[in-house]
Design a protein around this ligand. Structure first.
Ligand code: HEC
Ligand code: HEC
Length: 476
């Protein structure tokens, strides 16, 4: 730890803690760290980074508690979370009983699958996203097509590529399992009379028009000529999907009751997932050390990572998109990620995500929200009009917390390692630059050592691993 930093940035020999603790206001998209951090001793301590970097570091740690979602009244209800855990790990909510959320979000693999592109009932076009610190997110999916965690959680269940299931099927799966049923009714009240199969068919749902996943499922069916009913959506031919036919045959109040069960499932899944957190990384101990004047904690960031942090907030300009305690601005950018086999060359990203968001029946302003008039809806009140504001290729800036555990990287899994990601930003050699690619992303003048330092810094964001006793597959 005695080697001084050899790269950029003025070195601050000593920092007085009284000054530090007043400087930690909450900039960035999430609420900032508590303003009343312990002032600690008045003794100055040496920090291996510049004064500017110290100020930036104080704004980036700790991860504040996840804000409660008022659109989900059971968001922090422990019983709902326990139900959500069972549902998350249950393959009963899928077409052939072999896909669960945990098929792609494996708890023992930091809730991802290690694949470049996800594989459910059929192959997907995108890479599985990490689930850390979801309570802080504003938009969900790479393209932000869901505006709450609970509405996000409903999409994979009815997606023909993922669980390929239906909301009527979900209601029956809960009804037919005594444990699930008891837990559900304890949290949400009585289920509708699902035993009446004439009123409540086993399989039924409204099938969205012009939905990308359905188009892909269709293409897949045509390529395989397997002719199975569920794969033949046939856009624009007047053909009605069998799930839709079964749905249309139901009474409106029964449709309503089934959709209500489905929405409750999403809310329980959200209550579970908000507990998946990445905290207490070496970087956080380092910042704690700065606040408390504890030299041993400051040493949690080694010299290479400290130099990497200077680059991250300085010359490499990573912080312009990866700022705040989650290391993301929670917004969308085209970084020019290269194409990969199996994913479309021109994935429209956020621009199509916005269309899907507008078409969603489960928005934060919808009647399924528990606070439809509330402030959580402000973010959707001023979205850009169709065709404006977002070009193709824009994807959500991922959080960088515990990023070392979730390769490969990017929306299409284009890069296998963090070294490759950093080289992509440093050289831009593999970048697919188009009219919408962010202009700030230009080749950087970084040596190989600088790039290794950036990777060392990214590694220092690794939080404690998920507590599988609490979050893993339940034994019941
Ligand atoms: C077939 C694999 C697969 C299954 C099954 C699956 N997911 Fe995902 N998950 C993904 C992929 C791929 C994405 C990104 C998709 C996109 O952006 O289009 C994603 C995105 C997410 C996100 C968004 C995270 C963020 O930061 O925006 C959440 C939350 C999530 N999944 C939860 C779930 C839940 C809950 C289930 C079960 C109901 C589930 N997933 C089932 C692959 C899967
Ligand atoms: C213009 C905004 C912007 C800047 C600047 C930026 N990033 Fe990113 N970063 C993104 C976006 C957006 C993605 C996702 C891109 C995609 O998947 O298409 C991303 C993805 C990543 C990932 C992959 C994470 C994952 O889970 O897949 C890493 C690692 C990363 N960036 C690190 C960095 C580093 C290091 C720098 C500085 C050298 C940097 N970024 C600069 C916006 C930015």
């Amino acid at each position: 730890m005695s080697t001084p930093p050899s790269t950029i940035g003025a070195r601050s020999a000593a920092l007085v803690l009284g000054v530090l603790s007043t400087a930690c206001g909450g900039a960035g998209p999430s609420p900032g760290p508590p303003a009343d951090s312990p002032a600690g001793a008045e003794a100055p301590i040496a920090a291996p980074i510049s004064e500017a970097a110290v100020q930036a570091a104080l704004r980036m740690s700790p991860v504040p508690p996840g804000p409660e979602d008022p659109t989900n009244r059971v968001d922090v209800d422990p019983q709902a979370a326990a139900l959500g855990r069972l549902l998350f790990h249950s393959s009963a909510l899928s077409k052939d009983g072999d896909v669960s959320c945990a098929t792609c979000h494996l708890p023992e693999q930091s809730f991802v699958d290690g694949r470049a592109l996800a594989l459910g009932v059929l192959p997907l076009e995108r890479h599985t996203m990490p689930l850390w610190n979801l309570a802080h997110q504003r938009w969900f999916f790479w393209d932000g097509r869901a505006d709450s965690l609970w509405s996000q959680s409903l999409v994979p269940i009815e997606d023909p590529l993922e669980h390929a299931f239906t909301r009527a099927g979900v209601a029956h799966a809960i009804h037919d399992d005594p444990d699930l049923r008891r837990r559900y009714e304890e949290v949400f009240g009585a289920l509708p009379p699902l035993g009446d199969k004439l009123r409540f068919p086993a399989i039924a749902r409204p099938v969205p028009a012009n939905d990308r996943a359905h188009q892909l499922a269709d293409e897949h069916a045509r390529a395989n000529r397997d002719g199975q009913e569920h794969h033949t959506h046939l856009f624009g031919s007047g053909f009605r999907h069998p799930h839709q036919r079964a749905w249309d045959a139901m009474a409106p109040e029964d449709q309503e009751a089934v959709t209500q069960v489905f929405v409750h499932v999403g809310k329980a899944l959200a209550a579970f997932q908000r507990q998946i957190e990445s905290r207490d990384a070496p970087f956080d101990r380092f910042v704690e050390g700065l606040r408390e004047g504890d030299a041993a904690k400051v040493a949690s960031l080694d010299d290479s990572a400290a130099r990497g942090f200077e680059l991250f907030i300085g010359e490499a300009r990573c912080i312009s998109c990866h700022g705040g305690p989650l290391f993301t601005d929670l917004e969308f950018h085209d970084t020019g990620v290269p194409e990969v086999p199996g994913a479309p060359v021109d994935d429209p990203g956020r621009s199509r995500g916005l269309e899907a968001l507008r078409a969603s029946e489960f928005g934060v302003r919808s009647r399924w929200s528990d606070d439809p008039e509330g402030p959580a809806g402000v973010k959707v009140d001023f979205l850009p009009a169709a065709g404006h504001g977002h070009g193709p290729g824009e994807f959500k800036t991922p959080s960088l917390r515990s990023v070392v555990h979730t390769p490969p990287y990017m929306h299409n899994g284009a890069f296998a390692t963090l070294e490759e990601v950093v080289a992509f930003y440093a050289t831009r050699e593999t970048a697919r630059v188009t009219g919408t690619t962010e202009k700030i992303l230009v080749p950087l003048d970084l040596t190989e050592e600088d790039q290794a330092d950036l990777v060392a810094f990214l590694r220092s964001l690794t939080g404690s691993p998920p507590d599988l006793a609490r979050l893993g597959a339940p034994t019941r």
